[in-house]
Design a protein around this ligand. Structure first.
Ligand code: NI
Ligand code: MN
Length: 225
């Protein structure tokens, strides 16, 4: 069954098998890439929302979308506690290394090397996401630096797609992201988290992992795997 991966701008994606839709890090309102592409938070459908960490450029419109759609939010334990206080009803808390079976497959958190807070409050460990749907596995690295266990994550979980931040400064830049995609070993890599603002301007052409098909999506653009 093909899985549709739509880039919503920055680190936000919509991943769908036609029945279930997982929104990853749905930062839409105030996201220059989403707004330039005419994407609005109100227009997004979701059965599930998966978050990598608590930073505002990742949590984004989660509360409003969850309220409107009733989507279940999968995220780290502390972040789920905070979202519960903000009125999100359906929560699936986890921590890196663990996952939860879902009606479409599985959602799991991996390690990521970064920080995590929301409006000054600590929101637990930052994470990457393993999204298994329709027989495919997508590894969204989250915000992270390069680390050696990306190779192990690739070996154990055998992802079909790696979504890799390339913006530098707050995450890997293109050179480290290239190495990350090679270590993960997914057949397809999709860059994210670049050119949203001047601070993370990069040339995506310098993200060139060998032996990996790079699919560069414009905000609003989609690909099938
Ligand atoms: Ni971050
Ligand atoms: Mn970020």
């Amino acid at each position: 069954m093909p899985v549709n991966i739509r880039f919503l701008g920055h680190a936000a994606f919509s991943i769908s098998d036609g029945t279930h839709t997982v929104l990853v890090d749905p930062f839409i309102t105030g996201n220059p890439q989403s707004e330039a592409a005419g994407i609005t938070a109100d227009s997004l459908e979701a059965t599930h929302i998966a978050l990598t960490h608590g930073h505002e450029d990742h949590v984004g419109d989660t509360v409003a979308i969850a309220e409107r759609t009733g989507a279940t939010v999968f995220a780290g334990f502390e972040l789920c506690n905070l979202l519960g206080e903000q009125g999100v009803a359906n929560l699936e808390p986890a921590n890196p290394g663990g996952g939860v079976g879902m009606p479409f497959g599985r959602l799991a958190l991996t390690f990521a090397y970064h920080s995590s807070s929301f409006q000054g409050r600590y929101t637990g460990m930052p994470a990457g996401l393993l999204i298994t749907m329709g027989g495919r596995t997508v590894y969204h690295c989250g915000d992270t630096g390069l680390f050696g266990d990306m190779k192990l994550i690739g070996e154990i979980h055998n992802p079909d797609v790696a979504i890799v931040p390339i913006g530098d400064r707050f995450t890997m830049g293109p050179a480290d992201a290239t190495r990350a995609a090679e270590m993960i070993g997914a057949g397809i890599a999709i860059p994210c988290h670049w050119n949203t603002w001047p601070l993370i301007e990069q040339d995506s052409a310098t993200f060139r992992p060998s032996g990996v098909e790079v699919r560069i999506l414009e905000p609003g653009g989609a690909t099938e795997v």
